[in-house]
Write a protein that binds this ligand. Structure first.
Ligand code: SF4
Length: 373
């Protein structure tokens, strides 16, 4: 068994595609060190540069009102609930201004699926934000929100995306994917987009020339095979469109949710899954560390388990905070975590273009680990 894991990892390091059975065998492996070494080799092949990246943005949750019910979500409020909110325009503009003042170039805007907000509200918001901050990328509205808006308006998804793009939408976040297997989705969500429709929103956006991220929230009711199925669906769509810029995965945060009885997955599971994702998703160029859920120490180690990016210095994160787990880092901490691994920290935008001044040359990459299993 050990040699077959070694063979699979050699295959991935050499750039050969893994099958779903291969991926499952790796996810069942307990040799975390071997998985990490192989994922790191793949990362270095894809990213031979002497830097690792991060982004500065702000997560604005414009409304917490949601027509869906997700058992893992501690953030949403049902329509007409006393604690439901929609942020007013001035509050949103102020948050963007603060982000720009802190060197941010992007806003991640996501909310619940609020049945009182019509497409004109979104168009007006996007136009207003672009009018005030033309340089800021609006990374907004994950597939569940787009799908729900299309249903509410009785419009094709393409029309909704075209109208939002014309109003200033820059890129789509990959939220609301959880596990892209309908058995899992039906068990933990109600009234939310199913797998094919989630992928279809992304497919159309990519066909329009748009870019998006892809995500996975794991460690709840899914099997390991379903985790691989999720990765496989993303890989298939990426073969078709090439529109995913990055993948990020994190462990389900159970506190204050209706699934609080499920024991949280730990760091071993997080690192193992991310390492397997890196070797399996051979066509998605970037993997982001999830320090928001894992903390600085594991978030940093994740950069040696397949991630090439520290993700975002998020100025605000309500959804994870509601579930009780939120880690906050300063820019100095992100720089320090990257530099300690021997890399130069560089700021990027959502399209993974470097947007900071290049620092003075600091030599070559740290040496790669030997492939010994
Ligand atoms: S995860 Fe999103 S779709 Fe589900 S209840 Fe929360 S806000 Fe609504």
């Amino acid at each position: 068994m050990v040699s077959s894991i070694a063979n699979l990892l050699d295959k991935a390091v050499a750039g050969e595609r893994l099958s779903p059975d291969d991926g499952l065998a790796l996810l069942e492996s307990h040799d975390l060190a071997a998985l990490g070494r192989a994922a790191d080799r793949v990362t270095r092949r894809l990213h031979p540069e002497n830097y690792r990246t991060y982004n500065i943005d702000r997560n604005i949750n414009y409304t917490n009102v949601c027509s869906a019910v997700c058992d893992f979500c501690a953030f949403f409020r049902r329509p007409r609930h006393a604690e439901g909110y929609v942020l007013d325009r001035q509050t949103i503009l102020s948050k963007v201004q603060e982000t720009v003042d802190l060197g941010g170039d992007q806003i991640l805007m996501q909310g619940g699926m609020n049945p009182d907000l019509r497409i004109e509200w979104y168009e007006d918001l996007l136009r207003d934000l672009k009018g005030h901050f033309p340089q800021v990328n609006l990374h907004a509205f994950s597939p569940p929100e787009i799908h729900a808006l299309a249903k509410l308006e009785k419009l094709p998804v393409r029309t909704v995306l075209e109208r939002l793009k014309a109003a200033g939408l820059g890129s789509l976040p990959g939220g609301g994917a959880e596990i892209l297997v309908d058995r899992v989705r039906r068990e933990i969500t109600r009234g939310k987009v199913l797998t094919d429709d989630w992928l279809e929103v992304m497919r159309i956006w990519h066909q329009m020339g748009g870019r998006s991220s892809a995500t996975m929230m794991f460690g709840h009711v899914e099997t390991l095979a379903e985790r691989i199925e999720h990765l496989d669906r993303l890989r298939q769509l990426q073969d078709e469109t090439g529109g995913f810029t990055a993948f990020i995965c994190w462990t389900f945060q159970p506190d204050h949710t209706d699934m609080a009885h499920i024991p949280p997955a730990g760091s071993f599971e997080y690192l193992r899954t991310q390492a397997v994702a890196r070797v399996y998703l051979d066509n998605i160029p970037n993997i982001q560390s999830s320090w928001v859920t894992q903390g600085l120490k594991i978030g940093q180690i994740a950069l040696t388990f397949g991630a090439n990016d520290m993700g975002s210095l998020m100025i605000e994160e309500n959804v994870v905070a509601q579930a009780g787990t939120v880690h906050q880092l300063t820019l100095t901490q992100i720089h320090g975590a990257i530099a300690e691994l021997g890399y130069i920290p560089r700021q990027r935008n959502v399209f993974y273009e470097l947007i900071d001044e290049p620092p003075p040359s600091r030599g070559a990459l740290p040496p790669a680990p030997a492939m010994v299993y």
